[in-house]
Design a protein around this ligand. Structure first.
Ligand SMILES: N[C@H](CCC[C@H](N)C(=O)O)C(=O)O
Length: 262
């Protein structure tokens, strides 16, 4: 079977994206997904995304980690699929889509995509970290000298040692300036550091505000893959946040076709 694909990246988190409105992609073939994401034998990506028709929204997003398994919400992938939908002519400047964690709105201007994330109501404070779910589960921990920190080693230890087989994404944070942070993320399902993680930087922004490390409702996050901005509103009469928007660049890198065994 000849498969047409598009390669997108959102602040260095990269994805194979396939227009699957004709439903020809073998969605249960996890081996095929991990092959397509393999950086030596396949196309190479942190994840694979299918764009499909939806009865109500402009489209539906199906997300797989590079390990081949469908997973929870991908914020950077959500920004990239909006850029892809614009490329296909499905949307112009405003978009809505269904994802594994529910309905999302988005806005695109040039190559900058703002994606509305789900409301966050539970933030679990531990001795030296916080845990919250922004569409995917995230551990958030302040460290010093982040640029020299062993993210892969420490991330793997926490992902399996503390969070077990279900796992969590692990975010290490260093305060740069008021309401500005450096973040490096170990991603579950990639099982390595990625250049950025959208649901991860969203979790970091909310965790820093919740714990008093930040006092603005607009937080700038620098990642190895580029700059992301998170805006939010604190819930009035309950814990947590809503009107959460993740903003950053999302670009088409190349498109191609690959022959795969059906
Ligand atoms: N690895 C995550 C999903 C992708 C998250 C990340 N790529 C993002 O941009 O949010 C998980 O399995 O929980």
């Amino acid at each position: 079977m000849l498969l047409n694909f598009y390669k997108y990246q959102g602040t260095g988190n990269d994805f194979v994206i396939i227009d699957n409105r004709n439903q020809v992609f073998p969605k249960d073939n996890n081996g095929l997904v991990s092959f397509l994401c393999d950086r030596k034998f396949g196309i190479g990506a942190d994840g694979l995304i299918l764009l499909e028709d939806d009865d109500v929204a402009d489209f539906k997003m199906v997300y797989y980690n590079s390990d081949g398994n469908q997973s929870s919400m991908c914020g950077n992938g959500g920004r990239c699929i909006v850029a892809f939908a614009k490329h296909l002519g499905l949307v112009v400047s405003d978009a809505s889509f269904e994802a594994v964690d529910g309905h999302h709105k988005a806005r695109i201007e040039a190559d900058v995509v703002s994606l509305q994330m789900q409301e966050v109501t539970d933030i679990n404070e531990k001795s030296n970290s916080l845990f919250l779910n922004t569409g995917s589960p995230h551990h958030v921990q302040l460290v010093t000298d982040l640029k020299d920190f062993d993210v892969r080693k420490e991330g793997e230890r926490l992902r399996y040692g503390v969070y077990g087989q279900e796992g969590s994404n692990i975010n290490f944070v260093e305060n740069i300036d008021e309401n500005s942070f450096l973040v490096r993320t170990y991603e579950r399902g990639v099982e390595d550091e990625t250049l950025s993680c959208g649901t991860g930087v969203t979790a970091v922004a909310l965790a820093m505000h919740h714990s008093g490390q930040a006092n603005s409702n607009t937080i700038k996050i620098t990642t190895p893959g580029g700059l992301l901005e998170v805006r939010f509103t604190k819930n009035k009469n309950k814990e947590g946040y809503n009107e959460i928007w993740l903003t950053g660049a999302a670009q088409l890198v190349f498109k191609g076709e690959i022959y795969v065994e059906a």
